[in-house]
Write a protein that binds this ligand. Structure first.
Ligand code: SAH
Length: 206
């Protein structure tokens, strides 16, 4: 994806975080930190953690963090871990972001990720983005290939909506959608975003 599209996507996610008015964010699958570094400079965010399975990505992010002087290191943490295994410390966070991460999981692991986030951690807001497969021809991606060799699946907008609406319903969340990055009138954007907002404290309604 081009830098312009990536910038647009990050800008839209940052705006969604601001609109949600959250004070703490866990950026799961933070990678080398393109979103994390922006969140770390948001004055309204008092607590930020980045989680990734890759020690190498976290080391790159740590080095980038150290170079940005205006970041208050005391409010940022980086943990190595998996989105499939809920960390009890994440239960205290208002918002979870999963930016271009779910497509790196095996489809068979999605239910584990859903349980970890929407049943165990249960933040007030969950923001998920994933590539929109319909846009691939505009990026020159052949029909039989994924956009990135690390992707295990890529969804159309209808597929993402179906997954998101089912996940929201079973978790007790509302969900809103947005096309991201270079919106085509028929094919949508390069990416797609779902913003989940918790309706009740637990799936049982308590
Ligand atoms: N969110 C970042 C990085 C996206 S790339 C961005 O938008 O720039 C996908 C990231 O997900 C990679 O850093 C990869 O290491 C991470 N990842 C893949 N499987 C994961 C898992 N099970 N738990 C946590 N992170 C995972």
């Amino acid at each position: 994806m081009t830098t312009v599209l990536h910038e647009e996507r990050l800008g839209a996610v940052l705006q969604a975080v601001r609109d949600a008015g959250v004070e703490s964010v866990a950026d799961l699958g933070c990678g080398a930190g393109d979103l994390f570094l922006r969140l770390a400079q948001e004055p309204g965010i008092a607590r930020l953690v980045g989680v990734d399975v890759s020690a190498e990505a976290l080391a790159r992010l740590r080095a980038r963090l150290a170079r940005i002087l205006q970041i208050r290191a005391d409010r940022c943490d980086l943990w190595q871990g998996s989105v499939l295994t809920p960390d009890a410390r994440l239960a205290r966070f208002d918002c979870v972001t999963l930016i271009e991460v779910i497509e790196h999981l095996s489809p068979a692991d999605l239910p584990r990720m859903e349980r970890a986030i929407f049943a165990t951690i249960r933040p007030r807001v969950v923001i998920v983005t994933t590539p929109n497969a319909e846009f691939n021809p505009l990026l020159g991606v052949p029909a039989h290939r994924f956009r990135h060799p690390g992707h295990r699946f890529e969804w159309t907008r209808a597929q993402f909506r179906r997954w998101s609406e089912r996940t929201a319903l079973s978790g007790g969340y509302g969900v809103a959608f947005r096309d991201l990055a270079g919106c085509h009138p028929d094919l949508g954007g390069a990416s797609q975003m779902a913003v989940f907002t918790r309706r009740r404290q637990s799936p049982s309604g308590s």
